[in-house]
Design a protein around this ligand. Sequence first.
Ligand code: PEP
Ligand code: MG
Length: 575
Amino acid sequence: MTLALHGIGVDGGAGTAVGKAVMLARGNIQAEPRMLHHGNVEQEVRRFLQAVESAAAQLREIRRQIPQDTPADILEFIDTHLLMLEDKAISEAPVQLIRDEGCSAEWALQLRRNQLMRVFEEMEDPYLRTRRDDLDHVVNRIMGVLAGEDSDTAREIRGKIVVSEDLTPADTILLHHRGAAGLVTEFGSPMSHTAILARSLGLPAVVGAHGATSLLEPGELLVLDATHGAVLAGCDDRTLDFFRHRIELEQAHRHTLQALKHAPTVTRDGVRITLQANIELPEDVHTVRESGAQGIGLYRTEFLYMNRETLPDEEEHFQAYLEVVQGMGDLPVTIRTLDLGADKQCEHQPEAAGCTNPALGLRAIRLCLKESAIFRTQIRAILRASAMGRVQLMLPMLTNIHEARHARALIDDEIHNLQREGIPLDPEMPVGAMIETPAAAITADHFAELFDFLSIGTNDLIQYTLAVDRADDSVAHLYDPLHPAVLQLIKGVVDACARHHKPVSICGEMAGDPRYLPLMLGMGLKMLSMHPASLLEARQQIRHLEWRELQRHTDHLLQTLDPDRLEQQVAHLSS
Ligand code: PEP
Ligand code: MG
């Protein structure tokens, strides 16, 4: 009998894997109370210290083997764990407990972990909250060594599907390096570091597959279908053949798509479409160039602020932007200003701790206008980068025109300041707005008048229009990109831009989804920005579409309010 587990698929171009399950105990390992006989004490101390050293050696090995294009924040993450391992609070305090109380190494480590956790828990600081997770990662690594889970397991990983409660980014890199065929985790969301890394490493994964570690057996053959977010066990030979054949087709397909890297993105009836890429880190530029993108439509800069104790200064911002701008040559780079808040917290948001509803709180532009010194630092760096290439600045989460005017005034002010200081910049640098709240979409004419371009952020537009938290999987079934209200808002923004002769693009996940792409074109969008892994696929799809046909069908489709009929009609557009 086949067992099917469902989770969230992370498909970075390779969607399917078939391999034996290998279980990795990366969840929180709980030690049982165990006391020693007197004679064993010094032996136990040595066992503990060796385990700490082996854990550090594992991390150093990961650090050494890390691929060149690994995001800098992942390196910092590993360095933090190495520092913690060297900290006396972790490496020496348990030794004291072994000697004074006669605890086993595991129990001493568990007691120390619990003590430190209590200290962290008493503090409301969000920075310390992330340190709590780090502490567990480090403790679990030492526990893993004490439990004898050594590199033998790691050596057996090639071609296997790794099943774990959760994985650190460091583990993800190591597993990729050791040839894992795919990853299944019980926890995690598509926004987690592990998911982001798996996607950029092209490692198929299913995260949030609840029950995976208890329901799946080590050594049994699994099918991982990241495209549909499913893990299958106990498949018969026919099913296995089907998926093995699908892997071959996927490989062949990826190969064919490469031929489109330099091909124009043009519909069958000759309408040119611009495909751009969304990035999170400067290092992503390499993948963007490989994808044949015609620019960067969304650079999410908030990752510059994460996993660190200090705020990035102007020079650090500038160097990051410069790397992207130089990497993209004469192609445009749209840098979005800080969009912290809601599901993207960082250590420098004291306000977030007392926030009752983060998605509706001091998020993105609201935070920037309140903390204008932080905002000005970023604006200055973006303006300086504008002297080096085709830079555009984009503001997130606007809801009213006062915020828009306030932000523009700060930008103008910094243009004057930099000019007075004799620092080169492009005074004509285009400034755009993200339309991702219903308020902004309904009043899009106003925004189109004030800004040089608009970009529709459907991830948030859907969340705010339908009152569905985009990060909460209990209401994920209500998160409906095809809800008529969402479609009408998108169409309204496109029409407003046409009236004002301003460019409009779409940069939410909908843009890179082949199910919705014909509809987006049908609504008049000619510029789409998406994850680089989706780009060549989108180009191929567009080259088979007829622009005029799509317009005709979409006008009709937008009159439909019945969700089932609407879904059928959208499916028909792609056929
Ligand atoms: C969006 O909301 O659609 C968007 C692109 O921004 P983010 O996903 O970063 O909120
Ligand atoms: Mg958004």
